[in-house]
Design a protein around this ligand. Structure first.
Ligand code: SAM
Length: 219
């Protein structure tokens, strides 16, 4: 689903090439908004960076009069200029911001997948651009749920990898909730292949997410 482009260091995402699939994903994944509520309660007011913001789905929901979200996204075809956000085009590994600019930074299913070769470079950038005592939150798949059981290979992040880097973890229980079985199986076939989709009879599929968080400490 994702592939690394070594030239521009963007982890290619299907959202721009298959917008109809991304539309289903974003509408049906975490439909109850549990992940958004978690981020909303954990993130501070002030200036907050969304890294790999996609089309701004999450950023728009976390933006408020007290919290300005800056949306960093490398893929021009993902950026939705109609979304009233401050957009910046760029990559996590070379974030175009001054030191200690943000009160916090977060990423939802974007770039910070343990196993990505330059992930530590990206984390170092977040440490640089977030203020002392600011927060970092990385959201990824937790695994051990109905959704990941449909995949032929592991889609879960590695909690030990994040613990070794000083991140705490919170598991968030949510689901994919589709409008119809046809819609569910269309997305599952796209993600995991026809066989996975053929075996599914559910329009709501359990999905476990993990939020890794840490506090930036500068000397
Ligand atoms: C799975 S999408 C998630 C989008 C959004 N965070 C959301 O939850 O809807 C991953 C996003 O990360 C972006 N991305 C890829 N490589 C990146 C990099 N090196 N730095 C920052 N973002 C990156 C992709 O362009 C894509 O928009």
């Amino acid at each position: 689903m994702n592939s690394i482009n070594s030239d521009d260091r963007i982890l290619r995402f299907y959202g721009a090439s298959h917008p109809e699939m991304f539309e289903i994903e974003r509408r049906c994944m975490d439909r109850g908004g549990v992940v958004i509520r978690h981020l909303d309660s954990e993130l501070p007011e002030g200036l907050v960076l969304d890294v790999g913001a996609g089309n701004g789905f999450t950023a728009i929901r976390l933006h408020s009069s007290a919290r300005t979200i800056v949306a960093l996204e490398p893929d021009a075809d993902m950026i939705d200029r109609h979304a009233s956000l401050r957009w910046v085009q760029g990559i996590a590994q070379k974030a175009p911001f001054r030191e200690s600019t943000f009160d916090a930074a977060y990423a939802t299913w974007a770039f910070f997948f343990d196993g990505v070769p330059d992930i530590d470079e990206g984390l170092a950038e977040l440490q640089r651009i977030v203020k002392n005592s600011g927060k970092l939150i990385i959201v990824d798949n937790a695994g051990g749920d109905e959704f990941s059981s449909l995949a032929t290979r592991s889609t879960a992040s590695d909690p030990d990898w994040w613990r070794d880097r000083g991140f705490d973890q919170t598991t968030i229980h949510t689901s994919f909730r589709f409008d119809s079985l046809e819609e569910a199986n269309r997305l599952l076939a796209f993600y995991f292949g026809d066989e996975a989709a053929a075996g599914n009879r559910k329009t709501e599929i359990e999905y476990r997410v993990v939020a890794y968080s840490t506090t930036v400490l500068k000397r």
